[in-house]
Each structure stands twice: as structure tokens, then as C-alpha cells.
Design a protein around this ligand. Structure first.
Ligand SMILES: CCC(=O)SCCNC(=O)CCNC(=O)[C@H](O)C(C)(C)COP(=O)(O)OP(=O)(O)OC[C@H]1O[C@@H](n2cnc3c(N)ncnc32)[C@H](O)[C@@H]1OP(=O)(O)O
Ligand SMILES: O=CC(=O)O
Ligand SMILES: [Mg+2]
Length: 343
């Protein structure tokens, strides 16, 4: 009985199924059975492109847009929002609509468009401009989502504006206020429910932490180690991951300080973020490196998984450490990440 439940619900693309089947034959402790029962309630993993660095490029700035094809970055956001002054919003919309297909020919990463926020009164025009073109963006970023209603509003507005049927548009939204953080779970659930009405057209794939707007909203004083943002960052990661979504960390605005950037990116990766927003080409390589497992870690994971395959026990010793299922799962995460990056 339990066996059938596992095989129908555990994601096979990430390898959990294999792990759970081997662990089933190895250790059938009550603790493990309880963990697997909980796992069955989780949504399935989706195959998502890696978004280790997400570079903002102001949507009206053709000089910067022309650079995109030469940049080795996982993800670019053509911006209609805060990177564009109010009197250049129209120019950003028309430029993005004009160049999107061309840029896609030279850039193989995820080419997103960040629209203005649902409450700005500008988002309708952004949505209309990007859906009017034949080539819909692979990902739309919706900033300053403060409530479930705003999330529902965006999903319905987007679907009803599309002249062509969109195919699996990723929707990533931004948490940038006290309300946004407080309502995070409800916002995600509203997005999942709205997209479930159009399962082949769009899905919610990530949350971005808009820390600068968040600091403004909460009147936070910034410090160099960002310790004042620990709660928000951890809440965003835990909530996003509970729904099997990506979590993308804050911008490091001091873009000439590469050491500070690396420190903050490493901190973000260590607490579970999958990537980080960047604003300058020089930030791409260090950030992507911080969100990639080191060679040493990959070797550790490969060897540990090899040892796990050979072991006939649920608990065994590897490089002097006690290893059981949680550590095997961590090694599997590393293997999966490497596969996604190398795809
Ligand atoms: C924090 C809250 C947010 O909402 S963040 C998102 C909104 N902000 C943005 O989008 C800012 C994006 N970044 C920028 O506009 C620029 O990087 C800023 C910070 C203004 C610095 O520009 P600039 O003085 O030109 O830098 P630089 O001379 O060192 O640039 C070297 C060459 O690289 C280019 N470059 C720079 N930034 C980008 C970018 N984001 N995307 C693509 N290309 C970029 C510059 O144009 C420059 O090229 P060139 O040498 O002139 O040919
Ligand atoms: O939009 C990003 C932010 O930090 O605010
Ligand atoms: Mg913001």
C-alpha cells in the first residue's frame, strides 16, 4: 500500500524515487516511514533552468541590451520596473517588444521580463506590450507582490492578454514588503491555484527577495553583513522550498566590491537560496561560482553515493562521518544541481 503511494508521488527527475526505493529495502524504521509520508504531500519537483545569477538590464537601454549575447549568465531580466525612469517606461516596453526575439537568438539562458508591480497602475500596459508580440517571454518577473489577490490578478491578466497560447511561461514574483513576507504562503498558493486552471500555459517557479524595497518598507538600517535581513531571507527560502520553487537572493548594490559580493553570495547559497540578483556584468562570474558546488564537494557527493550503493546498511561510515539518509539526500542535491548546470 505505502509502496504504491511512494512510487506515484515522488519526483523521479531528481532521483528521489531511486533513493526512496533503496532506502525502503534498507531501513524501514518508523522514522523513515513517517518522513516519506510527509514527502508525499509535497508538490513534485519541476525541471527548472538554473538561475544562479539573474542580471537586470534596463529595458530602454539598447547599449546594455546588445551586450546580453556575450554574457555567460544563467538568467537576464529585461527591466520595465525600477531600473527605468517613469518617463522612459514606454520606451522600455517598446524596446523589449522589438528586441526580445533578436536577443533570444544570441542568448541561450532564461530571458525574463520584469514588469511593474500589480499596484503601480503600470503593469497592465507592460503586460499588453509583451503579450502583443508573437514571441512571449520564457519568464515574467512580477515585483512587489503583497497579497494573494495581487497574484491572482496578475495570472488572470496575463492569461487573458495573451493573443497566442503561452507554453509554460514561468512566473517568478518578488517579496519586497512586510505584507509580502507575511502573506508569502498565501501568495504562492494563490499563484499555484490560478496557474492550475491553465496547466500547460504557466506555472509559478520562484520567489525573489527584493531586499532594497523591503528595507525601505520596514525602515531597516542596512549593515554590511545583512544580519538585519536574516529572518526575511530564511523565511523566503523555507517557504519557496516547501513548494519546490527556486529562491533568489538580494542585490548587492556595492557593485565594485567583489569580496563583499562573494561573502554575501556564499551566505545566501549556504542558507538555501538557488541564486542571486545582479546588476553589473562583473558580478556574474563570482555569483555563479558561489551558487555552483565546488569540485571538492562534487567529488565528495559522487564518492558518498558510490559508497551508499555498495552499503547494505541504512547507516554507514564515510570519510570518518556517520552517513544516513539525510546526508545521502544532500549528496543527491549536489549531483542534481551539477546535472542542471551542465545541461
Ligand atoms: C536594487 C533594486 C533593483 O531593483 S536592482 C534593478 C534595477 N537596477 C538596474 O537595473 C541597474 C543595472 N545596472 C546598471 O544600470 C549599471 O551596471 C550601473 C550600475 C548604472 C553602472 O553602469 P556603468 O557606469 O555603465 O558601469 P560600467 O562602466 O562599469 O560598465 C561596463 C560596461 O558594462 C555595461 N553594463 C553595465 N551594466 C550592465 C548591465 N546591467 N547589463 C548589461 N551591460 C551592462 C556598460 O554598458 C559598459 O559597457 P560599455 O563599456 O559602455 O560598452
Ligand atoms: O527589486 C529589488 C529590490 O531589492 O528592491
Ligand atoms: Mg525592488
Amino acid at each position: 500500500m505505502a509502496w504504491n503511494i511512494f512510487s506515484n508521488t515522488i519526483c523521479q527527475s531528481c532521483g528521489c524515487f531511486k533513493l526512496f526505493t533503496s532506502s525502503y529495502t534498507k531501513v524501514l524504521s518508523s522514522k523513515l516511514t513517517r518522513n516519506i509520508s510527509n514527502a508525499t504531500k509535497l508538490p513534485k519537483h519541476k525541471i527548472m533552468p538554473p538561475r544562479r545569477a539573474l542580471l537586470y538590464v534596463p529595458g530602454h537601454d539598447k547599449r546594455k541590451i546588445e551586450k546580453i549575447g556575450s554574457l555567460k549568465v544563467d538568467c537576464v531580466a529585461l527591466d520595465c520596473e525600477d531600473g527605468v525612469a517613469l518617463d522612459k517606461k514606454d520606451l522600455a516596453r517598446s524596446t523589449i517588444a522589438e528586441v526580445y526575439s533578436e536577443v533570444q537568438k544570441t542568448f541561450s539562458g532564461d530571458l525574463c521580463v520584469r514588469i511593474n508591480s500589480p499596484s503601480s497602475g503600470l503593469a497592465e500596459m507592460d503586460i499588453r506590450a509583451i503579450t502583443a508580440t508573437g514571441n512571449l517571454p520564457s519568464t515574467i518577473i512580477v515585483p512587489k507582490v503583497n497579497s494573494a489577490d495581487e497574484m491572482r490578478w496578475f495570472c488572470n491578466e496575463y492569461i487573458s492578454s495573451c493573443k497566442r497560447v503561452p507554453l509554460q511561461t514561468s512566473i517568478i514574483f518578488m517579496t519586497e514588503s512586510g505584507q509580502g513576507l507575511l502573506n508569502l504562503k498565501e501568495i504562492i498558493e494563490a499563484g499555484i491555484a490560478a496557474c492550475a486552471q491553465h496547466p500547460t500555459r504557466c506555472h509559478i517557479s520562484g520567489v525573489i527577495f527584493g531586499s532594497d524595497d523591503f528595507c525601505a518598507d520596514l525602515e531597516i538600517n542596512r549593515t554590511s553583513d545583512a544580519s538585519e535581513l536574516t529572518y526575511a531571507r530564511q523565511k523566503i527560502v523555507a517557504t519557496a522550498k516547501a513548494f519546490r520553487m527556486q529562491a533568489i537572493d538580494m542585490v548587492y548594490i556595492d557593485y565594485k566590491d567583489s569580496e563583499g559580493l562573494k561573502k554575501q553570495a556564499t551566505d545566501g547559497a549556504n542558507i538555501g537560496f538557488t541564486g542571486k540578483q545582479v546588476i553589473h556584468p562583473n558580478q556574474i562570474a563570482p555569483v555563479q561560482e558561489c551558487f555552483s558546488p565546488s569540485e571538492e564537494k562534487v567529488k565528495w557527493a559522487e564518492e558518498l553515493l558510490g559508497a551508499f550503493e555498495k552499503s547494505t546498511e541504512g547507516v554507514f561510515t564515510f570519510r570518518g562521518q556517520m552517513i544516513d539518509m539525510p546526508t545521502v539526500l544532500q549528496a543527491k542535491n549536489i549531483k542534481r544541481l551539477v546535472e542542471e548546470i551542465n545541461k
